[in-house]
Design a protein around this ligand. Sequence first.
Ligand code: SF4
Ligand code: FES
Length: 246
Amino acid sequence: MNLTLKIWRQKSPKDKGQIVEYKVNDISEHMSFLEMLDVLNEDLVAKGEEPVAFDHDCREGICGMCSLHINGEAHGPDRLITTCQLHMRTFKDGDTIFIEPFRSKAFPIIKDLVVDRSALDRIQQAGGFISVNTSGNTQDANAIPIAKAAADESMDAATCIGCGACVASCKNASAMLFMSAKVSQYALLPQGRVEAADRVTNMIKQMDKEGFGNCTNTGACEVECPKGISLNNIARLNREYLKASI
Ligand code: SF4
Ligand code: FES
């Protein structure tokens, strides 16, 4: 495949930035999207030009590092996959592909396609954990019976990889789907109930402080989420917050 790429280039956080056009040739349909960008970068380096900066780590859909808006959609046109799991067979020879960073006030651009998503880490640090006594007298977690349905729902919520696609897809740049997954994974288990009220209160406080918008039930986040995190979690988050408030 021969493709035209229109890529957001921005030298630094203060730089204005612009879309720059590149051509890539002989791209195999079996390549991943990131491998296609590797081909472009090798070409740019060979020509003495600055390669395009983009985030990635595991390239297996696990770490949540890859974060590209491809043709206007977070993680590209396919569903339930991350950018690193997107393959070039999704595109056709001669296509023009627009590649931009995830955009949100809370995700400032560092360089080119790399954004700073540490705001999500700070929300997690505000309450996304349980406090466990590790003195050696800790009760075995398996000693507490948990209904299968609750364990399954908690596990589904725990599959959130913190990629931020929900924020980038939301017209309000809301982090509610991410937050609701983190709150739900604990709210559904007895171990998470002990600190439930503090958790939800502190995480919401931090979310507001980071400049994320609120949820208006548009549902774009659920559509673009690579892990299929359900909007039901946002309903649970709202119930948890209401309970904690009264
Ligand atoms: S809820 Fe989905 S889109 Fe949002 S951070 Fe988690 S995995 Fe990514
Ligand atoms: S690089 Fe780890 S999820 Fe894509």
